[in-house]
Design a protein around this ligand. Structure first.
Ligand code: NAI
Length: 243
């Protein structure tokens, strides 16, 4: 029985690279995303991939899609979006949009998957957050807040589901070259390709660690920021912000 993997945000970037890599290993992949065209193209090129267009912000559509999906062994919840939310032009609608996709989109998928996985006492939830969720980063209040929430979500679920037969993983990427980051005008240290990110995630999922954070050096720097006292943290952030 081949493994069945559901990937959201599979139309581009990290999700697409994961879908291709996983399909190449003989598992069957259900590839979801908002846009049908790139998913159909994936399906045509890779027989192990089936396209399932889906907007993760639509809770009812997610419930229906999961109900029709049958057994899912692993769900990699990668759908996400980024927009800057600088304090000088702070806009609630933009923050809400980030929360709806990054946090609630993930929540909808987890809520739809859990009953079936708990009944089978098997399944794996892989939540994709970001190292930007470790602390509030400049011009990224909305994005950092949404990813901090996904990190907390994964941590809480990991403890709650201990002993249930389910596994929970948290993926925290640094900068990955995808359509999401191509809009950035600032320097992106240690930028890696989506293919390298997918390979690192798959290596991590084969191991036993809860968190898969990469690339190693940049993730270590971001973890260090989390440990800094506020005064030192804000001194570094002011430097990053060019003040
Ligand atoms: P991407 O923009 O290439 O991929 C995100 C995918 O999610 C897109 O295909 C998009 O259509 C889909 N998506 C967006 N809203 C959706 C919705 N409502 N319903 C269904 N699908 C939706 O970006 P990338 O870089 O591959 O991002 C994947 C994940 O990795 C995101 O959660 C992102 O926040 C996270 N991430 C990315 C980093 C990077 O440097 N590229 C760094 C840290 C985290």
């Amino acid at each position: 029985m081949s493994e069945r993997i559901w990937i959201t945000g599979a139309g581009s970037g990290i999700g697409e690279a994961l879908a291709i890599a996983i399909a190449g290993r003989g598992a069957s992949v259900i590839a979801s995303g908002r846009r049908a065209a790139p998913l159909k193209a994936l399906e045509q090129r890779h027989p192990a991939i089936s396209a399932l267009p889906l907007d993760v912000t639509d809770a009812e559509a997610v419930t229906r899609a999961v109900a029709g999906m049958g057994r899912v062994d692993t769900a990699i919840l990668c759908a996400g979006t980024y927009l800057p939310t600088p304090g000088q032009s702070f806009d609630a609608a933009t923050v809400r949009g980030l929360m709806e996709t990054n946090l609630m989109g993930t929540v909808h998928c987890v809520a739809a998957l859990l009953p079936g996985m708990l009944a089978r006492r098997a399944g794996r939830l892989v939540l994709v957050a970001s190292v930007a969720g470790y602390r509030g980063l400049p011009t990224a209040a909305g994005y950092s807040a949404s990813k901090a929430a996904v990190i907390a979500l994964a941590e809480s679920l990991k403890t709650d589901l201990e002993g249930s037969g389910l596994r929970v993983n948290l993926v925290n990427p640094g900068f990955v070259d995808t359509p999401l980051t191509r809009q950035n005008s600032f320097p992106m240290p240690d930028l890696i390709s989506a293919e390298a990110a997918a390979a690192t995630i798959l290596r991590g999922l084969a191991g036993r660690r809860f968190e898969i954070a990469f690339p190693a050096r940049f993730a270590a720097v971001m973890k260090l920021l989390r440990l800094l006292p506020d005064r030192a943290f804000f001194a570094v952030m002011n430097k990053v912000a060019g003040r």
